[in-house]
Design a protein around this ligand. Structure first.
Ligand code: ADP
Ligand code: MG
Length: 748
């Protein structure tokens, strides 16, 4: 399989030249041709590494006085506040532990709405007199910090003159040491208490779904007192050699190739997928996995993905908040460690047109303190009724809030992926497999109006009891569905590879909380009217199955048929981010978040603003860079080649005479013309785009600006690229100023 990959020393001469050209601009990147895998020295058991750099519960037990430990457990499990004395104790223990791991600094680690994580480092070291110093870290420093955060996006909540956002400790996610820094997971809020991050609303959504799910679980098992949402993400990414990356301004500045013709060989042969992992890549993976394990991230799976140079890594699922922190940490780690191996990681959703993009499947479920996965079919009719309850309620929640879910995964990058015949479409639907479809269809049909006879009930119970067997045989998997049931969890596949999972998880858990609350209300009302509990639940499920039918889709989500069918069903197909984000205006959405205690209207407004602004910034940068590359890279190269051709034609004419000379130079002349045509079209589209950008920049309103960038500016991208990519094919290989896809994707 590796046969197809170039061996480093055998790379073509033209690539060497190109790297030299890039080298002229960017200094010494020639090493790419001679790279060796950099294996780290490590020969212990991986299990011994796990969580070694985490201040986890066992470490706390060892380091904390027993009453402080108890308070801390209370705080972790129930969100109670630690008092001053205990906070000081925890801080002091944390400091001692961190110093024993070599830490000299600490940081509040948070998740601003930029999408990346942020940190500001402070030293433990504190001078206390001439020539004297101590290491200090107390409860105040642990619990709250005021980073100078005026430049993080705040959607107008925090005017810069009162630039006082602060970070506050999240005890439910353990502190950890990276390098020489103790990192403390925190939420990020404005001085007036509004959230400016992903973590705070996520914690609130998780709390809401906990409360609502426990209430519903009480119908089945009185021992359930806590329900946790679980998240298992699967991270896809590309690896590109650092030198080649640096020779592509578009990859450097936007994370994706704005130009580039698809290589003659792409992923058609599928020889990369699950093929053997190249050694240099393997060395990189091993190192970042070891680092991940030290931080308690339970990564277990690695493999090649569909596209060349595309890979995936997945851990075992964890509690949702922790899993999300771990994903953010992992993305950070990957970038750092890739550089050590002379790679760069691309987390963008669509770095290369024409080959697969990257997603981040979010596997999601709910689990109880009694150890039951609420989305796993049980062993008897009773547990299966519980399973069906949560299963059907999830589908109903998706049905009622499909647009909101779509908005939660909207981003400039993900727009390239959704609906691009490789990723799920922009239409939200749920796939449950043929077996469960028929279970739901039966329930819908067979529950009769009026009181149930004992015989009806027995029959239903028998049917419900059959679920586990049929699920075991149920191997159908629909890769084209954005939201698929996969046996014991739902898999939200439409999430983008660079996204903070928080965005999707806030929405999913909030809408589930709301749905479960409604369900409980309706079932209780039925019981009050004299229906038995099981009957009330079954009849309510029947109602939900009927109401949510249109969101269920078992067919091919990539097909055009589905687009038509979905439209008939009245499902939305929001193809771009600005349109998807408009749902945040909906009063129902504001009410939902307010009612579930997740986001206030003011916070919602701020978020919407920030999302529109983020979109504008992304498209603006891409558009500027397209102009630059066209003007400064492509046109000069193209002209140089054209001049070469012109010289050749003139030479032929001067030797052979006008008629014969032109006859002999037919190919060159037509090339000269073809080049001019594409160059002119590329240039005028780029100029027209610039005009539109100027107009769009005058718009103040974030939403209108985003729409203008989407409809008037971005709309030129394809045209400019089309001509540039044609020129790439026409111009002499050596003269083309950027490494080509075949070099980026097949060089290791
Ligand atoms: P794939 O989707 O690639 O076929 P699996 O079905 O084995 O792989 O699992 C995919 C992911 O689902 C894994 O990361 C796993 O941790 C996660 N997962 C499994 N069970 C749950 C659960 N109950 N809640 C959340 N995630 C889960
Ligand atoms: Mg998967």
């Amino acid at each position: 399989m590796i046969l197809f990959y170039f061996d480093a020393p055998k790379i073509g001469v033209s690539l060497q030249k190109k790297i030299k050209m890039a080298t002229k601009r960017l200094k010494a990147y020639q090493d790419v041709l001679n790279r060796e895998p950099k294996h780290i020295e490590f020969d212990g058991k991986l299990s011994e590494l796990f969580g070694r750099n985490v201040f986890h519960i066992d470490v706390m037990r060892e380091y904390l006085p027993s009453d402080t430990y108890k308070s801390m457990m209370e705080s972790i499990n129930n969100g109670t506040r630690l008092d001053r004395k205990n906070a000081d104790q925890v801080a002091s223990a944390m400091k001692d532990w961190a110093i024993s791991k070599g830490a000299t600094h600490y940081t509040h680690w948070f998740q601003p709405l930029t999408g990346a994580t942020a940190e500001k480092h402070d030293a433990f070291f504190k001078p206390i007199g001439p020539g004297k110093a101590i290491e200090r870290f107390d409860g105040d420093m642990l619990v709250q910090q005021e980073p100078d955060a005026s430049s993080f996006p705040n959607g107008g909540i925090r005017n810069t003159f009162e630039a006082r956002g602060y970070t506050a400790w999240d005890p439910s996610s353990p502190a950890f040491v990276i390098g020489k820094t103790l990192c403390i997971p925190t939420i990020f809020i404005s001085y007036t208490g509004e959230s400016l991050d992903y973590k705070m609303p996520l914690l609130k959504a998780l709390h809401a779904v906990d409360l609502a799910a426990v209430e519903v679980c009480q119908y089945f098992d009185k021992n359930v007192t806590k329900v946790q949402a679980t998240l298992g993400w699967e991270q896809e990414y590309f690896l590109i050699d650092q030198a080649l990356f640096n020779a592509r301004p578009d990859l450097m500045l936007t994370g994706r190739a704005l130009f580039g013709h698809a290589p003659a060989k792409g992923q058609q042969l599928e020889d990369h997928y699950f093929g053997s992992i190249p050694e240099r890549v393997n060395a990189f993976m091993r190192e970042f996995e070891v680092e991940s394990l030290l931080l308690g991230i339970p990564v277990t799976t690695r493999h090649n993905e569909v596209a060349p140079n595309q890979f995936e890594c997945a851990p075992i699922f964890e509690e949702c908040n922790l899993a999300n922190d771990h994903n953010l940490l992992l993305m950070d780690l990957m970038e750092k460690i890739a550089r050590k191996h002379d790679f760069r990681v691309l987390l963008h959703e669509k770095p290369f047109a024409g080959v697969n993009g990257s997603g981040k499947h979010n596997n999601w479920s709910l689990s109880t303190n009694t150890g039951v996965n609420l989305l796993a079919p049980g062993k008897n009719p009773k547990t299966n009724l519980q399973f069906l309850t949560f299963f059907v309620n999830t589908i109903k929640a998706i049905h009622d809030n499909a647009d909101l879910l779509r908005a939660a995964i909207a981003s400039a990058g993900n727009d390239h992926r959704l609906g691009a015949n490789e990723a799920p479409p922009a239409i939200i639907s749920a796939f449950i497999g043929s077996q469960l479809s028929s279970v739901l269809d039966d329930l819908e049909k067979n529950i009769k109006a009026g009181k149930m006879t004992p015989q009806d009930k027995t029959e239903l119970k028998l049917n419900i009891g059959k679920i586990p067997q049929i699920l075991l045989d149920n191997t159908d998997r629909n890769r084209t569905s954005p939201f698929a049931f996969t046996g014991n969890k739902f898999e939200f596949r439409a999430v983008g590879s660079s996204a903070n999972c928080g965005s999707a998880m806030i929405v999913l858990n909030t809408i589930m909380a709301k749905q479960l609350k409604e369900f409980k209300k309706s079932v209780d009302a039925r019981i009050d009217k004299g229906e038995s509990k099981d009957e009330a639940i079954l009849k309510e499920l029947q109602v939900l199955i009927k109401q949510s039918k249109k969101i269920r889709f078992e067919g091919n989500g990539y097909g055009d048929e589905w687009v038509k069918d979905a439209e008939k069903r009245g499902l939305s197909n929001l193809k771009d981010t600005p349109r998807a984000l408009q749902v945040w205006h909906d009063k129902k959405v504001a009410k939902l978040f307010e009612e579930m205690g997740v986001l206030s209207e003011r916070e919602l407004d701020a978020r919407r603003e920030i999302e529109f602004e983020n979109y504008v910034l992304k498209i603006q940068i891409e558009s500027r860079l397209m102009g630059d590359l066209t003007q400064n890279h492509f046109i000069p190269a193209v002209v140089e080649y054209q001049n070469k051709l012109i010289q050749n034609v003139q030479g032929l004419i001067s030797i052979l005479g006008d008629k014969v000379g032109k006859e002999s130079a037919k190919a060159q002349i037509s090339l000269i013309q073809e080049i001019s045509t594409h160059m002119n079209k590329m240039k005028s589209a780029s100029d027209a785009m610039l005009q539109q950008r100027k107009l769009a920049n005058k718009i103040d309103d974030a939403e209108k600006k985003a729409l203008a960038y989407c409809d008037k500016v971005k709309s030129y991208f394809d045209e400019i690229r089309y001509h540039a990519d044609k020129l790439e094919l026409l111009v002499e290989d050596e003269l083309w100023p950027l490494p080509k896809f075949r070099e980026l994707l097949f060089t290791r």
